[in-house]
Structures are given as C-alpha cells and as structure tokens.
Design a protein around this ligand. Structure first.
Ligand code: ZN
Length: 186
C-alpha cells in the first residue's frame, strides 16, 4: 500500500471527522484517519486487478459438458450510492466449452469485482459477462446480498435480502437448466 496515498486519503478523513463535529486529535480517533484510509484502499483493491488475467492464468482443457457449479462464494462490497457495505454470496454455474477454470479463481474474480464501488446488479452482470467472454457461452450467476444502506437507514425491513441473477446461452434458452441450477444452489 502506497504510504503517500494512505496519508492523502487520511487527510480527507481528518477533515470529515472535524466537519461532523468530532475531534480528530482525541485519543480514540487519532489513528482513525489512517486506519480508515487503509480500510478504504483494501475495500477498493479490485480497481488495481485484472479479472480477465486472473481467469486466464488458470484455465485447463476439459472434455465434459456437464454443468459446473460453485456456490456460496462470500463477498463484501461497497454500494456506490452511500459507500456503505453490502455483502452476501454469489453462486456460479457454467457448462464447459472445452475448458474449465480453477475453482479458487472464481472466488478471486468475485472478489475483484466486489472490491470496488458497486451496485449488486452490475456486480452480478460483470461476473457473468467476464465468464461468457473468457470461459463459456453458457453461464448463470446468482447473487444474494444484504445492504447496510437499507438496514441502517431503515428504508426496508430488517433482514431483507436482495437477489439478482444474470444468465446467458443455454441458461437463457432452457428454463429447466435454470431450475436445475437453482435447485442445486438451495
Ligand atoms: Zn446504498
């Protein structure tokens, strides 16, 4: 982590702390701007990553055409409207088209796309689009998340879960295949 960048961001946090009427010099807060700056960089590290490269680094030839499902990949993101966390899990299904990808890489790309300012719909679509582009034309992605901007601000019922789904190819053409994926994800 670039210490100069951390300090620049910390400077802004110090100003924000003052603006809300707190004292950035009091004991409990004195290191907070630096910690908050580091946390922000950590939570937005996806901007510095290249998810396509991550995938390409671990693709293997494969002859089968049975559905591959990786479910409940945990993620943590920041909503781009309030910069508050939203988090949950992503499940991915695809039908190999000559190649498969190392399973841990699917977790890495979910992490790359989620460690940015995001909206859940785009997060889901970006994962699906990348897999379509690099891996197979038959992809389905489902994302379930809880949004702190809904919970903390009391807009929605506590515990409300938002579900988004994107699919392409065979998953689009064949509702039974979609149903099979959803049943296996349960
Ligand atoms: Zn929000």
């Amino acid at each position: 982590m670039d210490p100069e960048l951390v300090e620049k961001i910390a400077e802004h946090y110090r100003a924000i702390i003052k603006l809300i009427g707190e004292d950035p010099e009091r004991e409990g807060l004195v290191k907070t701007p630096t910690r908050a700056a580091k946390a922000l960089l950590e939570n937005t590290r996806g901007y510095a990553e290249n998810p396509a490269q991550i995938l390409q680094a671990a693709m293997f030839d494969h002859q089968g055409s049975e559905i591959v499902i990786v479910k409940d990949i945990e993620f943590y993101s920041l909503c781009e409207h309030h910069l508050l966390p939203f988090f949950g899990n992503v499940s991915i299904g695809y039908i190999p088209d000559g190649q498969i990808v190392g399973l841990s890489k699917l977790g890495r790309i979910v992490d790359s796309f989620s460690r940015q300012f995001q909206v859940q719909e785009r997060l889901t679509a970006e994962i699906c689009d990348l897999l379509c582009q690099e891996l197979s034309g038959d992809v389905i992605v489902i994302c379930e998340a809880q949004h702190m901007c809904m919970k903390m601000r009391g807009v929605e019922k506590q515990g409300a879960t938002t579900v988004t789904m994107q699919y392409r190819g065979a998953f689009q053409d064949n509702p039974d295949l979609r149903a099979e994926f959803l049943a296996l994800c349960k």
